[in-house]
Design a protein around this ligand. Structure first.
Ligand SMILES: Cc1cc2nc3c(=O)[nH]c(=O)nc-3n(C[C@H](O)[C@H](O)[C@H](O)COP(=O)(O)O)c2cc1C
Length: 220
C-alpha cells in the first residue's frame, strides 16, 4: 500500500475544504470528455455495500430535457416556499437553489436496488445501504470534480417520479441525485446558506459523543 506524503495529504484536504455547492457561478464552457470520464470513474470507485455498485450515471445535455427538469424544480420549489414562514420564507425566496439551465450538463446518479440480486452482503438488516452507497459515489464525484476545478450543485427539489419520466428512467431505479456540473467563475469560501444566515456551521465538539449519547466530555 502506497504511503500518502504530507504534500499529497494537504492537497486532499485543500480539495475537501474548498468543495462548494454551486448554483450561480456556472460558465457554459463544455467539459472535455476525458475530464468528465475521470470524474465519473472516481464516482465509480466509491465504496458500496457488498460491492454491489448500484449506481448509474445519466448525463443530461439536451436543452429541452433540461427545461423540463427546470419546470419540475419550479413546481416543487413553489410548494416548498409555503413550508417556511415569515422572515425565513422571505429569505428562502431570495435563494438560488439550482443551476439546471446554466450548467453545461446535469448528471443523475441513480440507485438500482436489484443490481446484484435480492440478497446483498451487508444489506440484509438495513435495506437502505444501497442508497447510502450511491451517496458515497456522489461525494466521490463532487470531490473529484473540485480537484478538476469543476463546480457541482446538488438539486434535490425535484419530484423523483417526474425526473424518471422526463429521462425515461425505469420506475424501479431510484434517482438519488440531480447534479449540475460545469466550470465556474469562482468558488465561494463558505457555504452560501451559512453566508446568508440560514444556518451556522455547528461546532464539531457539539457533535462528538463518547461511549454514550449524553457523554460529550472526553474522559479516558
Ligand atoms: C442531499 C443534498 C441535497 C441538496 N439539495 C440542494 C438543493 O436542492 N439546492 C441547493 O441549492 N443546494 C442543495 N444542497 C447543497 C447544500 O445546501 C450545501 O451542501 C450546504 O449548504 C453546504 O454548503 P457547501 O456544500 O457549499 O459546503 C444539497 C446538498 C445535499 C448533500
Amino acid at each position: 500500500m502506497e504511503i500518502i506524503t504530507d504534500k499529497e495529504r494537504d492537497a486532499f484536504y485543500k480539495v475537501l475544504y474548498n468543495r462548494r455547492d454551486t448554483r450561480s457561478e456556472f460558465e457554459s464552457t463544455s467539459i472535455p470528455e476525458e475530464i468528465l470520464k475521470r470524474v465519473l470513474n472516481a464516482a465509480h470507485h466509491a465504496p458500496s455495500v457488498g460491492f454491489m455498485q448500484p449506481w448509474d450515471f445519466v448525463i443530461v445535455q439536451d436543452k429541452k430535457k433540461k427545461e423540463k427538469i427546470k419546470q419540475a424544480f419550479e413546481k416543487s420549489n413553489n410548494e416548498a416556499t409555503s413550508l417556511f414562514e415569515g422572515d425565513k420564507q422571505a429569505l428562502y425566496k431570495t435563494l438560488k437553489l439550482e443551476g439546471i439551465l446554466e450548467a453545461p450538463i446535469g448528471i443523475v446518479v441513480t440507485c438500482d436496488k436489484s443490481r446484484s440480486g435480492p440478497v446483498v452482503l451487508g444489506r440484509t438488516v438495513n435495506k437502505e445501504m444501497d442508497a447510502y452507497s450511491t451517496v458515497c459515489a456522489v461525494q466521490n464525484l463532487w470531490l473529484a470534480a473540485r480537484s478538476e476545478n469543476l463546480g457541482v450543485g446538488w438539486v434535490s427539489i425535484i419530484d423523483h417520479s417526474v425526473l424518471n419520466k422526463i429521462l425515461n428512467i425505469p420506475e424501479n431505479i431510484l434517482p438519488v441525485a440531480y447534479l449540475c456540473i460545469g466550470y465556474v467563475s469562482h468558488f465561494h469560501e463558505r457555504p452560501q446558506l451559512e453566508k446568508v444566515g440560514w444556518l451556522p456551521r455547528i461546532p464539531i465538539e457539539e457533535l462528538i459523543h463518547y461511549d454514550e449519547w449524553d457523554n460529550k466530555d472526553l474522559t479516558i
